[in-house]
Write a protein that binds this ligand. Structure first.
Ligand SMILES: *Cc1c(COP(=O)(O)O)cnc(C)c1O
Length: 436
């Protein structure tokens, strides 16, 4: 086999190699539907090896908020690379980490004052769970080592994170004897735009009161449940949870990995409710989707307690902690958020999605259509035939990847009006023509 270069990389030979040797997310080796080879991406366009160009409707799983290969982020990475690509964070520190830490502390809720950097969202969740458990031990609450969450959640694929994912759609059965058992309550049934009903909170409150002696924390995605079902729930639920924990040592852990950095129309999901989490996790769009980086922020109360009692050390330390290239990319992405008026862009996308997806609600297979910020979701009656749908979308030159019975759009904030229309119309056409 010749070596791999741009001209031969899309050939059947190399795609067969990919199919037989390289794992892709949630898939088998030797897949029936091969992956599409990508050679480059820019703005909202993804270029395939055969020359076709797809309009991106996914932001590569919430991450690429300013579009692909944004020149400002690329040059920040290049400039940092000339000085320092990486150095261990044990014993050393560097300017990109300090500057990014300060920026994150400045834009998140005021009580969050310390930051722990890691390399992926799942790890930032592990860090959050460990912080909560260590905190409880430090204050003498040795029995508090479980977590309460709601069904329909998604928090990542590592063991601790899996344990707080939805117990049915998550991987609890598959790994049943190895996953820590947690406490689950129903997700709030009242949607974001509906009238709040206290009933939606009562069950959760009951569950909390029954188990609070063993609860280190409550873990929630704010407002939007992402990969667990794309459900948008009422902000009052978060306010109630915040009130519930006011005089309790159980910590509120908010997972902003998907919702952070403007996607829901506010900078953070918690900004819909004005609550004060004890721990907050960030990831995905943190670097504008250019490099892998995550962060776990916490309060003085939690970090001081862990640092002054017991073993006085927080027991986690990834090899690539606060990687300088990733921190530089994140700083550049946050700069762009300041400069590009994301709020107006997200509001514009929300309006257009509301207009264009409204038609879908009259189609027979459609159960629900919902839009919040730059997220548009069409829920259909049965699970989508992924292979069939993707083929249809790629032939229409758009990139939309449904999961289960959800077909959704989550474009980069800079997407143009025409490009977005192409995404919405391809989505509706796929349902109309039964290409799903
Ligand atoms: C994607 C996601 C994670 C996991 O992040 P990874 O970087 O994939 O490990 C955790 N929580 C939420 C809400 C997510 O959307």
């Amino acid at each position: 086999m010749k070596s791999l270069n741009r001209t031969n990389f899309g050939s059947e030979q190399w795609l067969d190699y990919d199919n037989q040797h390289i794992w892709h997310p949630y898939s088998r080796i030797d897949r029936l539907d091969k992956n599409y080879p990508v050679v480059s991406a820019r703005h909202c366009s993804i270029k395939l090896a055969d020359g076709r160009v797809l309009v991106d409707g996914m932001s590569s799983w919430w991450a690429v908020i300013h579009g692909y290969n944004h020149p400002h982020i690329v040059s920040a990475i290049q400039e940092q690379a000339t000085k320092l690509c990486h150095v261990m964070f044990g014993g050393f520190t560097h300017q990109p980490a300090i500057e990014l830490g300060k920026k994150l502390i400045d834009i998140t809720p005021k009580n969050l004052q310390q930051v722990f950097f890691s390399d992926s969202g799942s790890v930032s969740i592990e860090v959050a769970l460990k912080m909560a458990i260590q905190y409880q031990k430090c204050i003498g609450e040795n029995k508090k080592n479980k977590f309460l969450t709601i069904r329909g959640g998604y928090h990542g694929d590592t063991f601790g994170a899996m344990s707080v994912c939805d117990p049915v759609t998550g991987m609890h059965t598959l790994f049943s004897n190895t996953i820590q058992e947690q406490i689950f309550s129903d997700k709030p049934k009242i949607s974001y735009n509906s009238k709040w009903d206290q009933i939606s909170f009562k069950l959760f409150e009951k569950e909390f009161n029954e188990h609070k002696g063993e609860l280190a924390g409550i873990v929630l995605e704010p407002i939007v449940q992402g990969a667990g079902g794309m459900w948008f729930y009422h902000p009052e639920f978060l306010r109630e949870v915040n009130r519930l924990l006011k005089n309790e040592s159980t910590l509120l852990i908010i997972d902003e990995i998907a919702t952070g950095f403007g996607r829901t129309g506010k900078m953070f999901g918690v900004d819909h409710s004005d609550i004060t989490p004890d721990i907050m996790c960030l990831g995905k769009a943190l670097t504008g989707g250019h490099l892998s980086l995550a962060a776990t922020l916490t309060s003085n109360e939690v970090s001081q307690t862990i640092s002054q009692k017991g073993i006085k050390t927080f027991m986690h330390g990834p090899t690539f902690m606060a990687n300088p290239l990733a921190c530089a990319a994140a700083l550049a992405s946050l700069n762009l958020l300041d400069e590009l008026n994301w709020e107006a862009n997200v509001a514009r996308i929300e309006k257009q999605l509301n207009n264009e997806l409204a038609d879908a609600s009259n189609l027979k297979p459609v159960k629900d259509v919902r839009v919040l910020g730059a997220i548009g979701v069409v829920e259909v009656n049965k699970d989508v035939d992924l292979g069939k749908a993707i083929k249809f979308f790629v032939n229409k030159n758009v990139w939309i990847r449904p999961f289960k019975n959800l077909i959704y759009l989550m474009p980069p904030y800079i997407i143009g009006e025409n490009q977005l229309s192409r995404l919405s119309s391809a989505l509706i056409e796929a349902i109309k023509n039964n290409e799903i």
